[in-house]
Design a protein around this ligand. Structure first.
Ligand code: ZN
Length: 143
């Protein structure tokens, strides 16, 4: 898969979920994430009740990869327990680091496994992992 195709796929994926980019009316947690090497800047918003992520969204701006990756992550964690969401975060980071494969993780991560192609573009890895690191920070701090 070439770079242009990856971008196209990512932008398409993101454009399918424009409702992930908004403020939550009710939120229990939020966390800021910034990637200075590209300028990606996001604020994750979560509504967590009894350890279940009832709703999640983000606001901010950045490149297509960071925006699409954030949107994909939100789709994956909505309705899950904090524990399962944290497992998915760890799996995604392991995938990007090549510690696990797309086949290992397709059931858990679905289309987000597509982002593993980012490994071949080291400069963009920080864009792809921004949201996941941000959620990881939040969970480690609050749970
Ligand atoms: Zn970026």
């Amino acid at each position: 898969m070439n770079l242009e195709m990856i971008y196209t796929e990512l932008i398409m994926e993101h454009s399918k979920n424009p409702d992930n980019k908004r403020h939550l009316e009710e939120k229990s947690h939020h966390e800021h994430g910034h990637n200075p090497s590209c300028g990606d800047d996001i604020e994750l918003e979560l509504n967590i009740q009894q350890d279940i992520i009832k709703d999640a969204s983000f606001v901010g701006s950045g490149c297509a990869i960071s925006m699409a990756s954030t949107s994909m992550m939100i789709d994956l964690i909505k309705g899950e327990t904090v524990e399962i969401a944290h497992e998915k975060v760890k799996d995604f980071l392991a995938l990007i680091k090549s510690e696990k494969t797309e086949d290992d993780l397709y059931d858990q991560l679905g289309d987000a496994t597509l982002l593993s192609n980012i490994r071949h573009m080291p400069a963009r890895v920080k864009c792809a992992v921004l949201a996941w690191h941000t959620l990881d920070e939040l969970i480690k701090k609050e749970f």
